[in-house]
Structures are given as structure tokens and as C-alpha cells.
Design a protein around this ligand. Structure first.
Ligand code: SF4
Length: 344
């Protein structure tokens, strides 16, 4: 199996060109073809010598993802199901907001975290993705947008998988899409979300960059959280909050807490009061997400009026919150649903 060209960063290309006795500017040319012109074969890299194109073709492969399915919602959300080289499949979602287009990427095939409201974990973890396979998802979304002359503005690492269980490749991916010779997506426009793998929250806080952190919280106390999210048994809520406070102190940046409202489970008024008390001294934003219906779990959606009540209670604790606009409600929007539908 040849290595994937997108697994190499600019420094790697410079080294590779040196090994081939090629001048350094060839690395810039390759980056340009991959990320600016977004070609799909080495033969299209016409300013490279023919013999070099041949060597590239013999050494690397470029076609990391093939489209198995694509669903387009009435609101412009696009959900891709991509096939990988080993017959596994992953989902990537493109969403349109008033502040620009974002892409939600996947970092693992499946997931072993076992969150009870999530379809991605139903078949467990199959394997980690390489940094290049994550980069290729953004590139494929950008190629789709090229047809309408639009651009990916932001990236959220919030698709299937736990990014902090695939830490190295995910961080490398972030650096690659942020690189000026890569996709040049601003650090503040990249958000990495974790279900609460505490040791890597400390590690992430110590990274020298402006990339944002989101925490999938979904419950205001340890008992309920450990029922919804098994990760909380290994990394209890109190430890998670300590790690968040360290992050806030170290970086001075706000944390986003994701809170999926599940009818009758975590959406009651007392849950909102508890959440308000938990977060009232933190520089944070709570993202309230009406949970998508997952047939396998039989979870109910929270009434719209209850969501507003929940938000009002958080307001009373001066905890900032937003109610997430739903994307792709008419397609298989919940993460893992499209993959499950195709039996992947
Ligand atoms: S919510 Fe995220 S961490 Fe939890 S099972 Fe789903 S993909 Fe894994």
C-alpha cells in the first residue's frame, strides 16, 4: 500500500524533494497543486518534470476517499459518505451558517466511547484515521464548493470518533489545514471537540496555538453523565471541570460546552439549574442541541418551549448559551446514521 500524499506536510515534502535531488521549490509546487489547485492526479502537475511526476505516482497515492453517497438538504447542508481504501466508510458534513461554511470531520472509523445518544458508536471502533485521511475530507468538501466558487471558512472536529483518542494525527491534521501552504484555515476557525478525555485536555491546553476547544458535556452531574457517557466513569466530571479550568487559565480562551437535550433524560428544569451552578464561574458558551432521533435508542426530542425554558434558567446564572440551529433535518443528520444506513 503506497502512502497517502495528504499524509505529508510541507516539511515532509521538502525532505522528500531533497532525497530526490530536487530543489526545495518543488515542495512548494506540489503543495500548490494539492491544496490550491486541488488536482486529483500527479500527471496534472504540469510544471513538474515528467520523470518526477512519474516517481510521485509510483510512490504515493492521491485518491484517498471515494464518494459512496451524498445527501443534500433543503437548507444546503451536505452529508458525504466516503469510502476508504480498506472498504470502511466515514461521514463528513458541510454546513452553511450566516458566518460562512463549516465542515465537520471524522477522526475515527466508528468510536469506542459508547455515548448512548450517538449512532457512531453502535458498531464500536474499527480504526483510527491518518492525518491525511482527515485532511482529504476537508479537501473533498472544498472541491464540492469549488463548483459554486465558495470556500470552507471553518472546521469542526466533531464527527464520528473521539479526536483525543487519535490525538497525534488529529493535531497534525489541524496544523496541516492551518498551514499557509495548505488550506490556510485560521486557527480560531478550527474547533476540536472531546467527550472528556481529561489527560489530553491538559495536553491540548499546552499546545501553542489559538485552536478552540469544545467539550461534549450533556449532563450536569456525575451520576447522569456516567449513564449517558461511559467516558465519565473513567474521567469523572469533577476531574473534567478541573481540566477545563486549567485550559481557561492557560489559554484565556472560551470553552464551548455541547449539551444535547434528550427528552426526559437531561432536559428538566432541575438539570438546567444544576448546569447553571456548575458553569456559572466559567468563561464558556453552552450549545443546546435538540437531539436527533436515533431509532436504535428510541430517544425523544425535547419540546421547543422546554428548550427555551432551559435557556432562560441558564441565563439566570449568567451562563451564555445558544440553541443550535438544526442542519439537514430532512436528511440522515445525526452522526453515524448515514453510515449505518449503508451497512458500514
Ligand atoms: S458522541 Fe462522539 S465520542 Fe461519543 S460515541 Fe459518538 S462519536 Fe464517540
Amino acid at each position: 500500500m503506497k502512502p497517502l500524499a495528504y499524509d505529508l506536510d510541507y516539511e515532509n515534502w521538502k525532505e522528500w524533494m531533497k532525497e530526490q535531488n530536487q530543489p526545495e521549490f518543488r515542495a512548494r509546487q506540489v503543495m500548490d497543486w494539492l491544496y490550491i489547485k486541488r488536482v486529483v492526479s500527479f500527471q496534472e502537475m504540469t510544471n513538474l518534470p515528467k520523470v518526477l511526476r512519474q516517481t510521485l505516482e509510483e510512490t504515493f497515492h492521491l485518491k484517498s476517499l471515494r464518494i459512496i453517497a451524498r445527501q443534500v438538504s433543503q437548507d444546503g447542508t451536505v452529508k458525504f459518505l466516503f469510502g476508504l481504501y480498506d472498504q470502511h466508510a466515514i461521514e463528513t458534513v458541510l454546513m452553511r451558517h450566516d458566518y460562512g461554511i463549516s465542515v465537520c470531520v471524522t477522526t475515527q472509523v466508528g468510536c469506542r466511547m459508547g455515548c448512548t445518544f450517538c449512532a457512531s458508536t453502535l458498531v464500536g471502533l474499527k480504526r483510527n484515521l491518518s492525518s491525511g485521511e482527515i485532511v482529504a475530507q476537508v479537501l473533498m468538501a472544498q472541491k464540492y464548493l469549488d463548483q459554486s466558487d465558495e470556500r470552507v471558512k471553518s472546521v469542526v472536529v466533531m464527527g464520528s470518533g473521539e479526536p483525543f483518542e487519535n490525538y497525534g494525527p488529529t493535531m497534525r491534521f489541524v496544523r496541516m489545514i492551518n498551514h499557509p501552504r495548505g488550506l490556510n484555515i485560521g486557527q480560531r476557525h478550527i474547533t476540536v471537540s472531546t467527550s472528556g478525555v481529561v489527560p489530553n485536555i491538559y495536553r491540548f491546553a499546552d499546545e501553542d496555538w489559538q485552536v478552540r476547544l469544545a467539550i461534549s458535556l450533556h449532563a450536569p452531574n456525575q451520576e447522569l453523565r456516567s449513564k449517558l457517557m461511559p467516558v465519565s466513569r473513567k474521567y469523572p466530571l469533577a476531574d473534567l471541570m478541573d481540566a477545563c479550568r486549567y485550559y481557561l487559565e492557560k489559554t484565556g480562551r472560551r470553552i464551548t460546552f455541547e449539551y444535547a437535550l434528550i427528552g426526559g433524560k437531561n432536559d428538566q428544569k432541575e438539570n438546567a439549574h444544576e448546569l447553571g451552578k456548575l458553569l456559572q464561574d466559567m468563561n464558556c458558551l453552552v450549545n443546546l442541541i435538540p437531539v436527533n432521533y436515533v431509532p436504535e435508542r428510541n430517544y425523544k426530542r425535547t419540546l421547543r418551549s422546554q428548550i427555551f425554558d432551559f435557556k432562560r434558567i441558564l441565563d439566570s446564572y449568567h451562563v451564555n448559551s445558544t440553541i443550535r440551529r438544526e442542519h439537514g433535518h430532512d436528511i440522515d443528520a445525526a452522526c453515524g446514521q448515514l453510515r449505518a444506513k449503508y451497512g458500514q
